[in-house]
Ligand binder design. Structure first.
Ligand SMILES: Cc1ncc(COP(=O)(O)O)c(C=O)c1O
Length: 386
């Protein structure tokens, strides 16, 4: 057999598969593993969403190919959601596109927007698909360090001018994974100004925009003047509505970017399962109460997890948002060594920060995807071995 695509050489799977192998070994040995690795929600979607899905399954039309753009009711509800929650006004006909999860856009946007050897700026640390999809499209991902001393924001002024000439696109994620930082008020305006000056497309991944704790709020990139001239924003149902499995999200913003993404997607997929779109419409119509409850649950989880660790002297910054704890390693171990030690000695699984980029090397990420009591247990076990 001839060798497979060289593109796959850039795709990182080693860390996650090593973690899975060790987890299975420990489980086989009867260890009481608490897995805070992958950020897959353990909570259910609101009941009315499940009812809407069941109802939609009775309609024979629900099983046909879908329109890749998304149904009119899905797109119009998505537009109304943006207006109500963020004061963002978009035309659902041209400025909303349904997605099979935000991942769908993140993986296909470089194919739609860049040519081989074009540069794409991505955050370091950042969600792994940002880098992988650029490699798959033949582009060059360049990491923007998002350092604690800069409030985890990229220093746009520090980016090399020659590099900017080759840069076509930039990905941002606030609040994000693994960085739970909220974008400060001036940040997106600065980004828009920068993007206009250097002719760069901005993709704002807003997958965690609704998971914000008490008294805080996360702005939409699209709420800022000029945003639609330069970019789009991705809104996912996976975390907001605990609908990670059914695969649904939407992109909103610049119609030319959405049209280019649609062109790629319409050659690849046939849209989101119509019954799932109907469930998502139900989620969007009745979102307030659910989102308030969800925020409360994650805030409680965050506090339950951090309490034993803070008591033990591990000074982890309390995040204002997301379902993640991004924790600076309290020892001199590498993130991989520390992660495996936590697994072996405390039977708690986390993700080594290096999986998100070189700047993550001093950190680990815990996902708050277990009930409060299990999170307290996990943290107490960790507290004993750090
Ligand atoms: C930052 C970020 N963006 C996008 C996604 C993917 O979201 P979706 O399930 O909508 O594809 C994730 C999933 O964990 C994520 O962490």
């Amino acid at each position: 057999m001839k060798s497979f695509s060289k593109r796959t050489a850039h795709i990182q799977s080693a860390i996650f598969s090593d973690l899975a192998v060790r987890k299975n070994t420990l489980l086989a040995a009867g260890k009481p593993i608490i897995d805070l690795g992958i950020g897959s929600p353990d909570l259910s979607p609101p009941l009315h969403v499940i009812t809407a899905l069941k109802h939609a399954l009775n309609n024979p039309d629900a099983f046909g190919y879908a329109d890749t753009r998304g149904s009119i009711s899905f797109r119009s509800q998505a537009a109304q959601f943006l207006a109500k929650r963020y004061g963002v006004h978009v035309d659902f006909e041209t400025e909303i596109l349904s997605l099979m999860g935000a991942q769908d856009a993140l993986s296909h946007l470089p194919l739609a927007l860049i040519d081989p050897l074009d540069v794409v700026l991505i955050p370091d640390p950042g969600y792994p698909i940002y880098e992988t999809s650029v490699y798959l499209a033949g582009g060059i991902p360049v990491r923007m360090p998002c350092l604690e001393k800069n409030h985890f924001l990229p220093d746009l002024a520090a980016i090399d001018h020659d590099l900017l000439k080759k840069t076509k696109m930039m990905v941002l994620n606030y609040p994000g994974n693994p960085l739970a930082t909220l974008a400060p008020p001036a940040f997106f305006s600065e980004v828009i100004d920068f993007a206009k000056r250097h002719d760069i497309i901005v993709i704002h991944d807003a997958a965690y925009i609704e998971l914000v704790y008490a008294n805080k709020s996360a702005p939409s990139f699209l709420a800022y003047k000029g945003a639609k001239d330069v970019g789009i924003e991705l809104h996912s149902f996976s975390k907001t509505f605990n609908m990670a499995g059914p695969r649904i999200a939407f992109a909103a913003g610049n119609k030319d970017i959405l049209q280019a993404l649609y062109l790629i997607k319409s050659n690849i997929d046939y849209g989101v399962f119509p019954a799932v779109q109907e469930a998502a419409v139900s989620a969007l119509i009745n979102h307030d109460e659910h989102i308030d409850k969800l925020r409360h649950i994650y805030q409680e989880r965050r506090d339950a997890f951090l309490l034993p660790l803070h008591k033990a002297g591990w000074h982890i910054t309390k995040p204002d948002a997301t379902m993640f704890i991004w924790a600076k390693i309290p020892t001199l171990e590498s993130s991989r060594t520390f992660t495996f030690r936590l697994m072996d000695e405390a039977n708690v699984i986390c993700v080594p920060g290096v999986a998100f980029g070189p700047i993550g090397e001093q950190y680990v990420r815990f996902a708050l995807v277990k009930p409060t009591n299990e999170l307290s247990d996990a943290a107490s076990r960790i507290a004993e071995i750090i």
